[in-house]
Each structure stands twice: as C-alpha cells, then as structure tokens.
Design a protein around this ligand. Structure first.
Ligand SMILES: [Fe+2]
Length: 297
C-alpha cells in the first residue's frame, strides 16, 4: 500500500535490561518488579523479536511511528538511556512520537535523570506538561501521560483534571485534522483488571463523546483489542496491540504492530489497518490481516 498517510503503532517493547547502578535503587516497588523481570518477563520479552519487528517496520517505510509506552522494565535512569538510544535508531522526533507507560514511571523519580532523554520524542518544551500535540501530515497526534507512579502491586493509570481540560482544548483546536489520541492505559473499563485500569476513564470517555477524534491507540494490555467509544457523530475505534517484543507464550499475546493508512473521504477518513505479526517458525513478521474503517476524524 503506498498512497495516503501511513502511521505505524507499536507498544510495550520492554526493551531494556534493568540493572541498577546501585542496589539501593531497588529498595522500593522496583524490587518486586526486578524479581518479576528476572524470573518471568525476560523470557517473554525478547530482543530478537523486537529486532525482527523494527527490521520489518523499516521495510514498510511508514510516514510516522508512535510508541505508546513501556519501553523499560523499571524506569531506572540507565534503562531510560538504553531506551533513548533505541529511539534514536528507530528515527528522529520528526518521524517518531512516544508517550510514557507505567513501567517508565515505576516510582517517583526526577525526570532530569530518567525521561528527560526522551523529551524530543514527547514534542514538549522544557517544563511543559503533557498532553502534547504533534501535527503530522493530515493528522494531529495528541499524546497523553496516563502513568504517574502507582503503589506496589498496582499498575493503574490516571490522567487528572488538568490534562483532560487541555485535551479538550487540543481536540477543539485541531478539528480540521484527523485527531489520533495516544495513551498507555486503555480507556474502557473492561479492557484490563481493576489493578491495572485507568482510574478516571469516565472523564476521558465523556470528553471524547463531546469533542470526538479519529482513533484512540493504546498499549498496556499486551493484547490485540478493539473497542468503540461514543463520538459526537460516529463511534470512535479504540485499538490496542500486543507487546512489540513478546514471544507470545500465551495465546493472543504474540508480538504485533499495526500500520494505519489514512485517506480523506470528505467529510470523513477511511482508515485501512494492516496487522503485522510475528511468525514463530521463521522469527519474521508478516501480514496477518487487514480491515477498513471509516472515522469522523
Ligand atoms: Fe507493558
């Protein structure tokens, strides 16, 4: 597929090795996370799977790529550096956008030693809070931060009043483009367990029903998910994709990414979704399916 604007979506690469500079850095919620990574998660999130995905992605030459969080395991400063190097390989901030996930903000930490290194990919000036808006071809990418640190054994997300108010303003101001909203946590209640949910999802759902948008893209659940939210004129598709590095030991969790091809069909947008997934026998990514949807934008 070559005509139209092509947006790639991948999420939850969990690409880093979480070794602290000093073991004191694990004297908090991170200790449980480190054990979980060492005993279980490092066998599921594999660098060779992510490398195969990014090789396939490069061959598809999307116009822009979005990564909806969880680049790291524990959000350690050294991990944020590893992830920043990976982002630089993936592309420049001109053609890559990122938002944080709950693993990237695992505990309260000064951003100057962690996420500051990703700031160019957040499209935010120093000191400027989320959300960001990034005009990109016919699209307006609106990135949210749903990942303030949560207590041990929880992975909940929250947007907060201020961010939601700004989101409403940005949706209004960019209504001449196809607006794509990015957040780590799925906005619908039934998508994940209570301990992982977005606590103020009702507020976001009300906002989107009032202002509308073309698509909502998320991560966090590590599964392919499609839900619909009410929009002012037509329903809004809400789409999640599995982790970009998952071997897929559990059914439905094997690595995938999506390519969204946008074409103007005034007053709406026709979007063709190309699903590319890991083929376990070859270790390569291939086309798994395609579907088409018309969105209001
Ligand atoms: Fe994740």
């Amino acid at each position: 597929m070559s005509d139209g604007f092509c947006l790639a979506h991948l999420t939850d690469p969990h690409l880093t090795r979480p070794f602290p500079d000093h073991w004191r850095q694990l004297a908090n919620k991170r200790l449980l996370g480190f054990l979980s990574w060492h005993l279980r998660r490092r066998h599921e999130h594999r660098p060779e799977v992510l490398a195969a995905l990014t090789a396939d992605l490069r061959r598809r030459r999307p116009d822009h790529t979005v990564v909806t969080g969880d680049l790291t395991q524990l959000g350690l400063p050294g991990e944020c550096e590893q992830a920043a190097a990976w982002l630089e390989e993936l592309g420049t901030p001109e053609n890559v956008s990122v938002i944080p996930g709950n693993h990237d903000r695992y505990v309260a930490e000064n951003w100057s030693v962690t996420l500051e290194k990703w700031r160019p990919y957040f499209h935010l000036a120093p000191g400027q809070p989320f959300p960001f808006v990034h005009p990109c071809g016919p699209l307006a990418l609106i990135g949210l931060d749903s990942a303030p640190p949560s207590p041990p054994l929880r992975a909940t997300g929250t947007l907060g009043k201020h961010q939601c108010r700004r989101l409403g303003e940005l949706l209004e101001r960019n209504s001449d483009r196809c607006r794509v909203v990015l957040l780590h946590h799925p906005p619908h209640r039934e998508a994940v367990a209570t301990r992982k949910r977005l606590t103020d999802s009702d507020r976001l759902v009300r906002l989107l029903a009032r202002h509308g948008c073309g698509l909502v893209l998320h991560g966090h659940s590590h599964r392919w998910q499609l839900h619909w939210l009410d929009g002012p004129r037509t329903p809004i598709p809400v789409i999640g994709v599995p982790s970009a590095s998952a071997r897929g030991k559990r059914r439905g969790y094997r690595a995938r990414y999506h390519l969204y091809h946008f074409r103007r069909r005034s007053p709406d947008w026709e979007v063709t979704v190309e699903i590319r997934g890991l083929e376990p026998d070859t270790g390569r990514f291939r086309l798994e399916g395609e579907w088409r949807v018309t969105v209001a934008g």
